[in-house]
Design a protein around this ligand. Sequence first.
Ligand SMILES: *Cc1c(COP(=O)(O)O)cnc(C)c1O
Length: 857
Amino acid sequence: MRAIRRFTVRPVLPEPLTALGELAGNLRWSWHHETQDVFAHVDADLWARTQDPVEVLGGVDPTRLDELARDDGFLDRLARVRDDLRAYLADDHWYQRELGDGPRAIAYFSPEFGIAAALPQYSGGLGILAGDHLKAASDLGVPLIGVGLLYRHGYFTQALSREGWQQESYPLLDPDELPISPLREADGQIATISLALPGGPDLKARIWVARVGRVPLLMLDTDVDGNPQNYADITDRLYGGGGEHRLRQELLLGVGGVRALRAYCRITGAPEPEVYHTNEGHAGFQGLERIRELTVGDGGPGLGFDDALEMSRASTVFTTHTPVPAGIDRFPRSLIEQYFAADGGVLPGVPTDRVLALGAEDYEGGDPGVFNMAVMGFRLGQRANGVSTLHGHVSREMFNGLWPDFDEAEVPIGSITNGVHARTWVAREFLDMFDESGAELDGEAGALARVFNDIGFERIWAAKRRMRERLVHDARRRVRASWLHRGAVDAELTWIDDALSPDVLTIGFARRVPSYKRLTLMLRDPERLKALLLDPERPIQLVIAGKSHPADDGGKALIQQLVRFADDAEVRYRIVFLPDYEIQMAQVLYPGCDVWLNNPLRPYEACGTSGMKAALNGGLNLSILDGWWDEWFDGENGWAIPSADGVDDPNHRDDLEAAARYELLEREIAPRFYDRDAAGVPVRWMEMMRHTRESLGPKVLASRMVRDYVNALYTPAARNARALGADYAGAVELAAWKGRVRTAWPGGRVEHVESSGVDEVAEVGASLRVRADVALGDLSPDDVQVQLVHGRAEGDDRLTSLRVAPLSLSERFEESRAAFTGEVLLDRAGPFGYTVRVVPVHPLLATTTELGLAALA
Ligand SMILES: *Cc1c(COP(=O)(O)O)cnc(C)c1O
């Protein structure tokens, strides 16, 4: 029988236990073990099954609650943990102590947030990163407000068919059973925002608030009374539909997200954000909504479009996350035209042509029929970054077309390497040892290595075995459940009791399954893999997981190929595929692995974070030099699989990289793991673990990442936005200056360059003096910087390793011409070359390349 209607009956907590509700209402429990212990004490079975305080409180027997309400020991403990939460929320942290002039608040937009398994609103790395960003911001006291959507079915739940084909299901999430609460107006009404959509009624959405420590996360939900069904379905699934559905989600996230922020700040009195950070291009429309507020919005200042664009740009930070072209959102231009019609569109009064121009691929190789969300991200954000050093480089190359007069190295896209939230991802055994030794998790590198020495290899190795053992048990449980789902009966499954071993070298591989991640590269030579798995003395075992996007049959075929291999009775003790990779599985998987394998096609892995989580749990990385590993592999903290990026034939490339990886496993990794001292400890292995901790420890943490964002992007953005002025005078002036400089630019020219101080062959230490005569046309000398650009001259006179030295105004001939001079010390031997160029300067530009204007000699 099916219910015709459903609702959730909320538990009533006995008065002495109300603190349980307070603790369940803040997701800080997800990284605070003492709070988890409290819920485990309420109902151990329920906790073990759900790891979800809301479910524990909803499902626990009321007589158990009455019992706890009389248990003084428990009440003391509860009060202590609650006080700890209150102090955490109220106390000053790093941001309050160290940053006098940081932004009052920062809005952080993301299409997905992976905070805890109990709030399944993520698909993979982007969401987990966003969750870790919020948690680390909370720990540091950074005043962030998250903005996202609440998807009624989240992403999807993965299972396998008998044949090993991925099956997706979409369980309905009941918001009343999630750790969120609706935003209400002062009179108790549910707060909503609305959005005009072309050709239909206004779209309405309510706003859920999740508390992530100190950070509120606003989640918009269109499943509300008054919306027609097709509107209610806008927030049905994460990355569920294409085209128009996706566009509507992104409009809701960007435009609706700003409106939700305004409602939240109005109702709660929280300060309005000074900085808007869009995590990937999906939230890019937030900038357009802010332009609407400033131009045609009721009660706004009524600025011109260009002035509003300057305000919006100055306060926007854009992070790009993928070097895979298919990962970038592109909509048909005609669809955007329809949705942004100046009358009857989403943002009435905002000129359609200006919107279209922001996302136009009007550069060489661009598609004129397309509106590109990443391109709009760069144009609407004065500050932009990639997510590892290599990805910064790849992004500059990828988007060089937007700044065609500059070399890749000068394209104004920086990088901040991702990090992970230690208290979420490090196993309790390790955290307890760190806490015991008094070391700070994000303290200096040496301290982390000293913990290894203080605690001793033997105890650490024993802890690592317990972590491996927990994974083995969890994996067996999951494999059994998967086989039962696939139609097996218990009597066929006795072998699972012996699958995997807590004493065998354990290699993990888990990630989404787009083709560039090459899930099946390990099967390149099945016999060689089998030999590794079944080695009588030094076997390895593999634990694999990953979801394929529901529309990607290619990815599903890779999963099937792998599952079929793992189904084979000969190897199934040593290789398992665990369906439904998600946070809870990941938290057992990383600590249980000795080696974390990653073999993407370089350079498509923008950063990757699972290897960082493994490393923090004493795992050693075995990875292609891509993303973060390219940056921080130091020769001793794991292994690099040589990448054959120069090889054009993809098959041959796979062969080469797979062979190199088998070789490392056979010759170095397995022998080192099984090389034991008298006490059974693999000393050389543990030395590598210690070195990994020391070399990566503080760098891979989200606290480092968030500090970098605050220092390098948020604070400068807020400073610029403030300089543009509360009364917008600075924005109006900057927009006028840009207009004037753009118009006058063709009149600027380097007319003549002469140098002195060195001959054909110079010596290191000599000074090169340069004088450039520049025609300014209608530009003033203050509008420009004349730069001596120098570097290594390659065979074709191309300059590499660029350096830039500004020249100073030395002589003004007439109104429109001037001479600039300067000198540069030749401090490096080798072929040297230089040129002179003119670029625009203004104190409110973040870089001299920002406008894309340059006049070269
Ligand atoms: C960390 C994590 C990811 C992302 O891992 P990558 O290495 O960045 O691909 C995906 N899913 C889960 C559940 C994770 O914990």
